[in-house]
Design a protein around this ligand. Structure first.
Ligand SMILES: O=C(O)C(=O)C[C@]1(C(=O)O)C=C[C@@H](O)C=C1
Length: 185
C-alpha cells in the first residue's frame, strides 16, 4: 500500500471515530449533570481501572500499551470536559485555594504559582503537564522533588485565573492531586 492509500484508510477510521467520540463526550456531559445533582466526584479511579481492565485485556500485546494510553487519555479529557461544565466546582476549588493563600482573584496578575503532590508510581504529574499543554497554558518554571514515593511539584503557569482554560486546569489539578495550593500570583 502507498502512503496515500494508508492515509485514506486513516481518514476513514477518523471519520468513523468522530461521532463515537462526540457521543462519548455527550455521555460525559450527562454524567457531569448527574454528579451535579448527587455531588459525586468527577474522578472515579476504580471505574477507570475497571474500564481499562475490561477493554484492554484482549488487545494484542504489541499495541496494548498504546490502547491503555488512549483510554487513559480519553478519560482525562472526559474529566476535563466535566470540570468545564461543573463551574461551581471550579469556583469552589479556586476560592478555597485563594482564601488559604490570602489572595484575591481581583489582583492583577499574568502568572500563577501553584504547588501540589502526586503519587510517584501512578505519576499523574505527567498527565497534568499534558493537560497544561492541551489547555494551551505554558509552564514557565517547574520544580519537582520525589520523597518517600511522592512527587512534590511547584510550577509557575502563564495566564490569568479568570481565563476559562486556566480555571479548568486548576480545578482538575485541585480535585485530582493532593494538597493543591495557589502559592502566589
Ligand atoms: O463513570 C463516571 O463516573 C465518569 O465520570 C465517566 C468517566 C469516563 O469518561 O469513562 C470519567 C471520569 C471517571 O473517572 C470515570 C469514568
Amino acid at each position: 500500500m502507498t502512503l496515500d492509500e494508508i492515509r485514506v484508510q486513516i481518514d476513514a477510521v477518523d471519520t468513523q471515530m468522530k461521532p463515537l467520540f462526540l457521543k462519548r463526550m455527550e455521555c460525559a456531559g450527562c454524567v457531569a449533570e448527574t454528579k451535579r445533582e448527587t455531588g459525586g466526584d468527577v474522578f472515579v479511579l476504580e471505574r477507570e481501572l475497571a474500564i481499562i481492565e475490561k477493554r484492554a485485556g484482549d488487545v494484542a500485546p504489541e499495541v496494548r500499551d498504546e490502547y491503555v494510553m488512549f483510554l487513559r487519555h480519553l478519560m482525562s479529557v472526559s474529566r476535563r470536559y466535566q470540570y468545564g461544565i461543573l463551574t461551581e466546582k471550579q469556583d469552589r476549588v479556586l476560592a478555597e485555594a485563594l482564601e488559604a493563600a490570602g489572595l484575591s482573584a481581583e489582583k492583577e496578575h499574568s502568572q500563577i504559582e501553584i504547588a501540589f503532590a502526586c503519587d510517584a508510581e501512578a505519576s499523574d504529574f505527567n498527565l497534568f503537564v499534558n493537560m497544561a499543554k492541551l489547555n494551551q497554558i505554558s509552564i514557565i518554571s517547574l520544580n519537582l522533588e520525589t520523597e518517600e514515593g511522592r512527587q512534590k511539584i511547584r510550577m509557575i503557569l502563564k495566564g490569568n485565573l479568570k481565563d476559562q482554560k486556566m480555571r479548568q486546569l486548576l480545578c482538575q489539578i485541585g480535585k485530582e492531586a493532593e494538597g493543591f495550593q495557589i502559592v502566589g500570583m
